[in-house]
Design a protein around this ligand. Structure first.
Ligand code: E4P
Length: 218
């Protein structure tokens, strides 16, 4: 399973990249706004900087147009920033049409705002490289996000779809473990959820004892 970091914060992206286990980055307009980035040029420069930090991974950059022509024009500009850019397109009617256009024209896409198996089938039919079910937001509504990952994984296996399942809207380390079990190809996570995987009190207790004992022979 690939690990992406879900942020536009450069310090967090650097920290995750330095760990050596990072395979890519996802952003969205809310995450970009949180960093205080204003204006199209600044936004595009920010994506370029992210691509220069994570040199060996896919970087999702989201369109904000909602009509076919607008999505295609915007996606072409985003894809021109760097070869590792993946154009993130919302699961709407014009979005599906645009994703098919991008597929036919050699531009890779990540279909975002996916909340059902039907939407995931459409994304795969349109040739999206990634489909992003938002599992945390599904859980927030009282449904089971991990179950959706399992269902999409089953459907994609039966049908031989090549679209990768990118579990998004991860809220904690358990989500990552459950998504790995459920067959997600990628988890995009906040830095704290990735670092949360490191933690176990018995590791800390065990290490403290080993270091104490090491003093006896050093
Ligand atoms: C990633 O592609 C999504 O934009 C992101 O995971 C959404 O997460 P949220 O539900 O925490 O906003």
């Amino acid at each position: 399973m690939k690990f992406f970091i879900d942020t536009a914060n450069l310090a967090q992206i650097r920290e995750a990249n330095d760990l050596g286990v990072l395979d890519g980055v996802t952003t969205n307009p809310s995450l970009m706004a949180k960093e205080g980035i204003k204006g199209q040029e600044a936004v595009y420069n920010h994506y370029k900087t992210i691509c220069e930090i994570v040199t060996n991974g896919d970087i999702s950059a989201e369109v904000v147009s909602t009509d076919f022509d607008g999505i295609v024009a915007e996606g072409k500009k985003l894809a021109a920033i760097h070869p590792n850019i993946i154009v993130k397109v919302p699961m709407i009617k014009d979005g599906v049409k645009a994703m098919k256009w991008f597929t036919d024209n050699g531009i890779k896409t990540n279909c975002t705002l996916v909340f059902s198996a039907g939407q995931a089938i459409l994304a795969a039919k349109a040739g999206a490289k990634y489909v992003s079910p938002f599992i945390g937001r599904i859980d927030d509504g009282g449904w089971d996000g991990v179950q959706l990952i399992e269902q999409i994984a089953r459907i994609y296996t039966i049908q031989g779809f090549e679209t990768e399942i990118l579990a998004a809207s991860i809220r904690n380390p358990l989500h990552i473990i459950k998504c790995a079990e459920a067959g997600a190809d990628v988890c995009t996570c906040p830095l704290e959820s990735i670092l949360g995987l490191l933690k176990h009190p018995l590791t800390d207790i065990g290490l403290a004892k080993f270091l104490e004992d090491a003093k006896k022979f050093s």
